[in-house]
Write a protein that binds this ligand. Sequence first.
Ligand code: KIV
Ligand code: ZN
Length: 510
Amino acid sequence: MDKVTIFDTTLRDGEQAAGGMLNVQEKLEIARQLEKLGVDVIEGGFPASSKGDFEAVRLIAREIRQSAICALTHANAKAIDTAWEAIQEAEHPRIHVFLSASDVHLSYQLKKSREEVLGQARDMVARAKTYVNDVEFSPMDASRTDPAYLYMILEAVIKAGATTVNIPDTVGYAIPQEFGNLIQGIFRNVPNIGRAIVSVHCHDDLGLAVANSLEAVRQGARQVECTLNGIGERAGNASLEEIVMALKTRHDLFNLTTRIDTTQIYKTSRLVSELTGFMVQPNKAVVGSNAFRHQSGIHQDGVIKKAITYEIMDPRDVGIPASRLVLGKLSGRHAFRERLAELGLALAEEELNRAFDAFKEVAEKKKEVTDRDLETLVAEEMRTASEIYHLDHIGVSCGDHGIPTATVRLIGPNDQVFADAALGAGPVDAVYRAINRIIGVPNKLTEFSVSSVTAGIDAIGEVLIRIESDGVSYTGRGAATDIIVASARAYMNALNRLLAAKKRNSVDSI
Ligand code: KIV
Ligand code: ZN
């Protein structure tokens, strides 16, 4: 087989990452983009884990037609039934059953014998098989499992109907050569392995998730589980964009293809970052803002003469368009619209008008408005489109003497206008207090960070915050050339998400 199946688990393992709460609509939006990206399998979630996950998987299964939709489940009858209920409307449904296999997990966590676990794995795969033909089984912590026992489990689950057997390096412990040997051992020692696809699922605790996955592929694995931007539990999962671009760029070595439309990578990466609130580090391979930026004179000289001197990938291949236009305060609506289209940012007429106004405001303050600025402006526009409360005005007085004071005006449901003021320890604190006096939903700020979208004193500042309410974490983002305004927008974004979740939950419980 010369094709590698790309199994995307951004919406399941990626979302599991601390604080990565996505709501149902956001999951659906990411799933639509994953389908455009061309992933073979979308792991939509873990339906038995929460009502929200069940609903998200159900909606994704109902809408997405090209990619297979997978639901993760514990190896117990009730959870498997729930997983099936969530994906039954999918065009290509898959159930993914997992159960720990290592002695460490068996003795300390499951408190079960190897025989019991083997029987449970076999029986639960058989149960999933009564619902659907496409069944995947994962022996959790496989890389720390006795290989002889692992072979026995794999043989048993394949006999019971598993069509994919996934080998997780759950704790990111493996080293490439060792992991490759494990995969080779599976091909040599599991008699019926030819009846299933061997998959791998690597975590990045030692920074080796991609290397381990690629070595497994070299040894015959034909499915890789991965996430956009490498997000996931702890240090994350193998990054989809790195796996796909390694296979493409080094086709000479692997001689393998994927179904991924690589020109959708950048857009998908930005969407995931935007909705999860996990920023992409500038030096991140393939999608980082510096990934195709050449700083040293000798490199710049080489790239100008011939890109291949220092560029192993064409940025356009991952969907980063070569900038032909630089926008500034004299740019008109037409150039603005055209540049957005080149960036793959499609806006409805009214959204476009609002984004253009925001662009003009920024262009008055900034000499050049870059692509990253435009993406940030459009993201800001999208965020405000579904607000319950909108920030209409903010005013702050602060300095090294006197008490920071903020006034805010919000537009609420039915266009009702609210205004209030507050004092604070600093200007952001004063703004947040003033907003709290109006909205009045108890919450705790757990994270606050500011970064600049581009270099330069006139750069747009982007603020990322997390707030917690009733044990649930909500992310908020805001952008503006003034970082106090950006902070206020980020807070409004988080509060609007919190209010929307509360509204959904109260409807659910009726
Ligand atoms: O890391 C892991 O072992 C998992 C399994 C559920 C596949 O995420
Ligand atoms: Zn995992």
